[in-house]
Design a protein around this ligand. Structure first.
Ligand code: C5P
Length: 308
């Protein structure tokens, strides 16, 4: 999903974009413990930066710039690299560096985009020649949100999120992303949904045809069935949505299972003004970003056979 990969002096440099869910309908629980959903997502221009280089000792070494960040075997990047190496019967000797920008535990797919980006990068590094479909099947084993990042800049997701239908979505407006200093557990939010299901009657696909709409019109088409359960799991999230409404005068939406919230603006200046007002309250990180599809028009950013 808009990942970029470039190579210089034996180092692969990667950028991995986060996503926001524009519409998310939970259809219902599945026998395998997951939930069936239909969601429209777009990659946004808030990216993690990664690099891959060789090291002489065997193994996968992950170095991150986030204090306390788990860089061990449970990390999705390490698991992705390890799983691909095993399938390809390669002994990995890698150092992966991560500069984390996407909020951790924020509902923006930060861990998933890093993992997908590493799969694409190592497919090239080891000259495996795997198709996008083959990478996506491995990606789905790593997490429901990983496959979407192997495809285009926006997509309709189905199943537990692993069935990806790429779409074009080039809304030219601006998103204000707001990340509080707490995360929300995805598993707990889905549990809360099951305990008291919220189902929007709206069509999640309506947003696809509205990529040239004004922010106010587009906002009316967005919804997230996980927002209410996420607010029940974490009451500070409900308080944050109220604060955004009072301070910025807009109705923000939770991305995925939270805790990142986003609001829509037609003009960049208005988004930055709202960010500055909200920053006065403290405890929030914010970014003004766009849909990757709007930014990459005519730019040819995609590496590899993204559209399968
Ligand atoms: O697939 P992933 O490991 O990212 O999912 C984390 C947790 O979120 C799952 O263990 C499950 O409890 C919940 N989940 C779900 N339905 C989905 C995706 C995730 O119930 N479609």
């Amino acid at each position: 999903m808009g990942a970029t990969i470039s190579q210089a002096a034996g180092v692969l440099k990667l950028t991995a974009p986060g996503k926001i869910n524009l519409a998310l309908r939970v259809v219902g629980p599945r026998p395998d413990g997951y939930h069936e959903l239909v969601s429209v997502v777009t990659a946004v221009t808030l990216v993690d930066e990664l690099s891959v280089s060789a090291r002489s000792a065997p193994g996968i070494e992950l170095i991150s710039d986030v204090p306390g960040f788990d860089v061990g075997e449970a990390n999705l990047i390490v698991r992705a690299a390890g799983a691909l190496a095993r399938r390809a019967t390669i002994e990995p000797r890698l150092t992966i560096r991560l500069e984390k920008r996407i909020p951790v535990g924020g509902g923006m797919g930060g861990g998933s985009t890093d993992a997908a980006c590493i799969l694409q990068a190592l497919n090239r590094w080891w000259e495996l020649g795997w198709s996008t479909e083959a990478l996506a099947s491995l990606a789905a084993e790593l997490g429901s949100d990983v496959p979407m990042f192997l495809y285009g800049d926006a997509a309709v997701l189905r199943g537990r999120g692993e069935r990806v239908e790429p779409i074009e979505w080039r809304w030219p407006g601006w998103f204000l992303l707001l990340a509080p200093d707490f995360g929300v557990s995805t598993a707990r939010v889905y549990q809360a949904w099951s305990a008291s299901p919220t189902r929007s009657e709206r069509d999640p696909l309506a947003v696809i045809g509205a990529s040239d709409a004004a922010a106010g019109v587009l906002r009316g088409l967005l919804f997230n069935d996980l927002q209410e359960p996420a607010c029940r799991v974490e009451s500070r999230l409900r308080a944050l949505l109220g604060e955004i409404h009072r301070t910025a005068g807009v109705d923000a939406l939770v991305s995925g299972s939270g805790s990142t919230c986003f609001a829509l603006f037609d003009e960049r200046d208005a988004a930055e003004h709202a960010a500055a007002e909200l920053a006065k309250g403290g405890g929030l990180r914010s970014w003004v970003v766009r849909a990757v599809g709007a930014e990459s028009q005519g730019r040819g950013v995609c590496y590899g056979n993204h559209r399968g």
